[in-house]
Structure formats: C-alpha cells, structure tokens
Design a protein around this ligand. Structure first.
Ligand SMILES: [Zn+2]
Ligand SMILES: [Zn+2]
Length: 353
C-alpha cells in the first residue's frame, strides 16, 4: 500500500510499504484525512528526541478514517464506522498507567511516531483507541479532536468557572481551540495574545473578546488594563516560546492558573525571579499529551455543537501534494490554522451508510 513516509530527517515521500497484521484486539482503518502540525515538521527536520520517533516514520497522528475490519475481540466498532483514533498506545500496566496518567505511560508508543500513522492508506490500531465521529462532523474536521484533547485536558486541570477571565498566548491551532473551549466553559473575557494581526483577527471571529499584538504593546500590561489591573484567572500558553511562557505566567492574577501546552524546544531556558510563582500563589499546569478521558470529553462537546472545527480548516490538499502542504506549514503566509491532507481513495462520506 501507499504511505507518506519520512524515511530519515529531511527525506519525505510517497512510498510503498508492507501492510500490518491485525491482532484480535485490533481494527484496520482506511485513512481518510490527516492533519499536519508543527510536530510533523519537527519529525521531518529531525528535531524530536529519538525517545519519541523511530525512522522511517509513517506520519499522521491527527487523522480519521473508516473501519474496514475488526479483530474477534472488538465489539464496540464495526466495519463502515467513521472513526478517529487515539495515537498513544499505552501499556495499562506501568506505574503511570495504573495511576490513570496514561499520557505518561512508561512504554512510549504512538501512531505517527513509532507506528504507522494516518499517512498510510490502511492503519492497524488497538480497538480501544478508536472513537466514533459525531454524524455532523466531517472526516477533515475530526482530525482536530487529537490536538483538542490536549488543550481541553489543560483547561480541565484548572478550576475554571463560568465568568472567569482567561488569556490565550499564541493564536495558532491550539490557541484557536483554547478560545472555543474557554467560550464553552463560560469565560467572561478571552484575551488573545500573539504577534500576527491576521491570526489575531481570526481569533476574534472565533470568540476571543480582545486581541493584543505583543510586537506593538506590552502584552502583560495590556492584559492587566483589560482586567481592572488584576490579571486573568487562567492563562494558557500554546505558542511554544520561552518568552510566551513568561507572558503567560505574568498575565495570571494572584492565585491564578497557568496552563503550559506549547513546546519551546530542547535547550530553551526560561528566566524568572525565583519567588515570582510563590509570591503570587500561581498554580502551573504542565500539559503533556492527552488521555482517553480528554478525548471523550472533546467528543461530547463536539457532538453537542459547543465547539466547531470546520472553520479551523484553512488549507486542504490531496496527500500527493504533501510538498505543498509542508511548504505552507513551514513558511506560514496568511492565516494558517489547520492544514489537512486527504487520501484520494477514501473520499469523505464513503462507506458511511
Ligand atoms: Zn499534531
Ligand atoms: Zn503504561
């Protein structure tokens, strides 16, 4: 079968690969749509720790498809079901898994990193990793469940309450998702901080109440002005720069909550006064990946129409145009939220009746 493969850093192409065998607890999914993100770019550029990738990598950790076969032990999913698939394959036995922190499973294994991802025409996945896509949601929009599950997990770690104020630092895909979740949670203000006016305007259309361009204003001062000098109850960092982490912490009110989701990259240092977090009684939540619970929570909000993914898809390509898709992801001109590629052989809606 054909697959989009990064055979080694800086080498990507469509290749013929061997199909995988299906175990009795597995399903085979024909991949329909694949979202790409900065992490795929890091795999391409060889910037991810070898702990998390194994080349050659069949990419695609944000993807959806149609079930074509199920193992004997899989009862909750049938051929023809439209599905999305959790990428983390957890052991269920290690100390982290037993504590419920499956995102920290000590035996790291993930579709699109160490196993075939949605860039393959057919993907074998454990049945327990598979979730049904709500009927009104397209395969393309459904790929956003994966990044959403990390963002929502971050918000659920805070005691977020209706009427609270929030800041989102970084108006990329994760930031746009954070805006929608905060809205669903009843935030009274959502202040979006970024460096690109077009992306900030896009965020305002999605529900941010104010935008702050940190190249033109002192972002922290602006956040304080907009919150009667207090700072926000919850600040979420999604951009992945050390400066943005500092902004996020400084934007919090006394007793506020900072959610750190962005990846700044190995070797990046953060400099803060040692007493800053203590004196302000700030709670910092580091958010690494997702759990099955956070996937299920995203799907409930999506099924109820409380969040919308369709407006976030700004670019669509057939998978054979992967070079163009990665070019856009690299050079980011104009508004870019989610870039989705589709397999030619698995059109939207096929085999869904
Ligand atoms: Zn991603
Ligand atoms: Zn484990």
């Amino acid at each position: 079968m054909r697959a989009l493969v990064i055979s080694q850093p800086n080498a990507i192409g469509m290749r013929q690969i061997e199909p995988q065998p299906m175990g009795s607890d597995d399903v085979i999914v024909r991949s329909s749509a694949i979202g790409i993100c900065g992490t795929d770019l890091e795999i391409l550029n060889g910037l991810i720790s070898p702990k998390y990738v194994r080349y050659p990598v069949v990419i695609g950790h944000e993807w959806s498809g149609v079930v074509v076969d199920t193992g004997d032990n899989v009862k909750h999913i049938r051929p023809g079901d439209r599905v999305i698939v959790e990428g983390l394959v957890v052991c269920g036995r290690c100390e982290s898994c037993r504590n419920g922190a499956t995102n920290l499973c000590e035996h790291y294994d993930q579709l699109g990193f160490t196993r075939y991802g949605g860039g393959a025409e057919y993907v074998v996945a454990p049945g327990r990793n598979v979730h049904l896509i709500p009927d009104h949601v397209s395969h393309e929009a459904a790929v956003l469940v994966e990044p959403s599950a990390t963002v929502l997990r971050g918000i659920l770690r805070t005691p977020m309450q209706p009427g609270w104020t929030a800041a989102v630092v970084g108006p990329g895909t994760l930031g746009m998702l954070a805006i929608q979740f905060l809205k669903a949670f009843g935030a009274s203000q959502i202040l979006l901080v970024g460096v690109n006016d077009e992306q900030l305007e896009f965020g305002l259309r999605l529900g941010a109440t104010s935008a702050v361009n940190s190249t033109k204003y002192d972002a922290v001062q602006r956040v304080r002005e907009l919150t009667d000098g207090r700072g926000v109850d919850v600040a979420i960092e999604t951009s992945g720069s050390a400066d943005a982490v500092k902004t996020c912490l400084e934007a919090c009110r006394y007793g506020g909550h900072a959610v750190l989701k962005g990846v700044a990259g190995e070797g990046k240092q953060l400099t803060l006064p040692s007493d800053f977090i203590m004196l302000r009684d700030i709670t910092v939540h580091g958010i690494f990946s997702y759990t099955t619970q956070s996937w299920a929570a995203v799907l409930k909000l999506l099924a109820a129409g409380l969040i919308q993914f369709e407006p976030l898809i700004t670019h669509r390509y057939p998978i054979d145009d992967f070079a163009l898709a990665f070019h856009h992801l690299t050079y980011k001109q104009g508004v870019i939220v989610k870039i989705v590629m589709t397999h030619g052989s698995a059109k939207e809606g096929e085999a869904t009746t």
